[in-house]
Design a protein around this ligand. Sequence first.
Ligand code: ADP
Length: 384
Amino acid sequence: MPASLPGPTVGVVGGGQLGRMLGEAAAPLGIDLVVLDPTPECPAAPVARDQLVADFDDEDAIRALAERADYLTFEIELADQDVLADISEDTGVPCHPDPSTLALIHDKLHQKRALDDAGVPVPPFRRVDDVDDLRDALDDLGTPAMLKARTGGYDGRGNVPVESVDDAADALDAVAGPAMVEAFVDYERETSVVAAKGDGEVATFPIGENVHEEEILRETVVPARSGDAVASRAEAVGHEVLDLLDGRGVYAVELFETTDGDVLVNEIAPRPHNSGHWTIEGALTSQFEQHLRAVVGWPLGATALRAPTVSKNVLGTGDASRSARVDGVERVLETPGANLHWYGKRETRPLRKMGHVTCVATDDDSTDDLLASARALVDGLEFA
Ligand code: ADP
């Protein structure tokens, strides 16, 4: 599709850190953002032309967003797929990715079934409506297993490991709501494929290796330390998943690499993803620029790695919410190849994503060197 400047205006449902990094990528492209988010002065507000302060499913506000935009997109999975679909149709303002992708991923059981039905490899799973279902499933799948809330979980919230059949009732109480259970995957590593669907083209970033602790993403290491054959398999599985998703945009596919070298899909995000933040400095095009290019139908950017790269999340510490203040930042600023990202959230909470640090190799740094450096820099940050 031809591109001309000034670029179009993109209306984004959600104005968190992903919206902020979209805004940072939009300015040099001549693309304007208007974001919709219920939190006044949300992280994206300083880098957007405007913020509409409204809930993610506020129909009038989304209509107002569409009136100001040439394209709609979303950076939050809580966006309401029906409202977005209706408004996009009524106003003629295209929404990318297609709102149906939200319907596909919203319910983890539905998502896993869709993947399984399409022949995409996933861990064995079962639907769980009551404790008898769970006990039967555990008999089938074995223990340990991972019980998951079907909806509303994120960053591991809503996931409960089940060690034995005796824990079934307690685990189900902890999930409190519709659930599914998965065989516990004995994985070598977790990886993700971040890829964009453009106007008749697909571009895939190099596979990233994700280090989780307490089920929260802590670090992404690129290139992943998988062998070449497994990395190609991961890319192929990523493409199988992309085939199931409608509309342009960046998608992330989270994978388990098993100890046998198999690749299984954990989950899909129809949006830029935490495991792709490394692309801002580490790839020829960032996932945020790529998402905007895709949404507005411009040619996709090159995705090659500039140099080995590690990104590490800066998570809130302590055990209570308080106003966010961090000291010790100068070490990040003084380190060659280290890049600081602060999301501008006023309040910090335990394990809340407050920012990230990305270390890009400057000489012949290995990914292990970069990982050590990113860990030391983030450990040196002190939340007041
Ligand atoms: P969320 O949607 O909250 O991010 P996920 O279902 O992606 O939750 O799980 C978060 C993390 O929990 C995964 O990255 C992985 O570390 C762990 N996990 C999830 N499912 C399994 C599983 N079947 N086996 C082993 N670990 C799992």
